[in-house]
Design a protein. Sequence first.
Length: 109
Amino acid sequence: MVILTETEVLTRVSRLNAERLSICVSEAWVKPRRSERGPAFDETDVARLSLIVELTEDMAINDEAVPVILDLLDEVSTLRRRMKALDAALNGLEPKVREAVIARVRDVR
């Protein structure tokens, strides 16, 4: 896992400045780990910061909408992980059982 300092993050994320990074951390839009050298960011933090810059700079999304969008994206990500786990579990079942479960799920509306 790559761990980055604030300075390294500011270098990697175009159009992100120290003030904006501070806001992102204080609003808990990104949650860096703490280290002896200060906040420690990972690749997920960098991707999230890049998205925040894109939303606020390119799409003119205001700061009040950012947490709503991030929460929705987090929820979609969680649902995707759960669907992958469900798919793996279904694939481990006997064919008749798997087909019965799939049929039951399709009936739910």
